[in-house]
Structure formats: C-alpha cells, structure tokens
Design a protein around this ligand. Sequence first.
Ligand SMILES: [Zn+2]
Ligand SMILES: [Zn+2]
Length: 249
Amino acid sequence: MGNLKIKFLGTGDALNTGGRANQAILFQSNGKNLLVDCGPTTLYLLQQYNPALIFEINAALFTHFHGDHFIGIVALDLAMDRLGRTKPILYAGPENVEDQFYKAYNLCYPGLKRNVHFVREFQKHSPYQTKDILQDGHFQITPIPMVHGSMVCLGYRIQIHDYKIAISGDTVWNDQLPALCNGTDIAILECKCYYAQSVKDHHLSYEQIEQNLPQLNTKRLILVHPGQEALEHLASKDVLAKDGLELQL
Ligand SMILES: [Zn+2]
Ligand SMILES: [Zn+2]
C-alpha cells in the first residue's frame, strides 16, 4: 500500500455551526492532491495550512453545487491566477460543473477574463461510471447518486492505492448509501441532525446512521457537517471529525 493523508480542512455545515469551517477534505498521496468540496472558508484554510497547495492541488471534486461545498472555488481560482500558478487544474463534479463554475465566477468577478495563466480542465461525472480522474492511476472515483432535495448530489467512492474511502456529500438516508460505503476503510458521512425525526428532506441524522451501521459495512465511520442538534450530542465523540483532523493511512 502507498501512503495516504486525509486532511479535514473544514467539517462544518452551511451555517458554520459551532464555529466550524465549511466542508473541504484534502486527500494527499505520493505528491498528488485531491480536494473534495470547497466552501467559502477553504482558501483561507489552505493559506493557513499550507499555501503551497494553491499551486499543487491537482483536482477539485464537487459533491454538489450548494454554496457551502462549491462557491469557495471562485476565490481559490482567483488566488491561483494572481499568485502565478501555471499548472493545470481539474474541476470535476456533476455534469454541469463547467457551467456552474463560470456562472459563479462571472457573478463574483464580472468582466474578469476567462483565460488565466493555467489551464482549467472540466470533467463531468455520471452515476456509477468509474473514472481514473488524473489518468495516472492515483484516484479512481465512482460516483453514487445521493438524494438532497432538488439539488443533484453525488457521493463518491474514492480508491487510492488499496484504500477505499466513501464520502456522501449532503443527502437524506437513501438505499444507495450501503452501496456507497460497502467494504470501505473509511466512510465520511454528513450528519446534520441527531434525531431521525429532525430530518426533513435534505440531510441525515445520527440515529439513522447508527441504526443502519451494519448495512454500511465500513471499517471506520467519520461524521461531518453537524448542525446544532448533532453538535450538542456528538461534540465529545470521536466519530465526529473536527476541523484540522489529519489521518495518515
Ligand atoms: Zn452542505
Ligand atoms: Zn447541500
């Protein structure tokens, strides 16, 4: 097995509940860097953690286009250009990723030229189609459709060497979650609520996850994206990731 570092830059929900940064999780392996989700706080965190990553992230993969998972890419893209990045970057996600990126970019910085000093590559992901996203054998990504109101959200199975990681993005409980998590070393699930009865049509609860844990069949469960209720019940438990958590596999 090769080495893999997982850095939880941000683990919070859309409201930064509990003072947590927006969701952004970095996978680092053999000199390659994959960022999954990029909320409004992500550039700030990269500047604190390791500014060299602004030049070295190979791909940003989005679970969906809600602002707390996506809108930070505009600031990161601007920083990459202004600081002189020349290395290409891949933006990957649900099928309208290119359109969503330019909509957000033009809204935030109208009139800025589209051509920057680096190449932006876009990669559309479709459910169940595995892609070697950098085409170098590093990150094999299989999208699994989640259920998140009217927003298309893809969970991802990520294979890095022999490690298998699942990440849900935002979702309600749905019958694809066991397929997403089955046989994984780590499953990173959103957990906005604590009680099943608190869940409406967008998110998961700790009770639902706990009740269905055997079906998920993962070696290690890690929860992120807590709202106030989940935070009150889970803050002291190891299962809930904290901002800055670093796992070395
Ligand atoms: Zn979210
Ligand atoms: Zn969302």
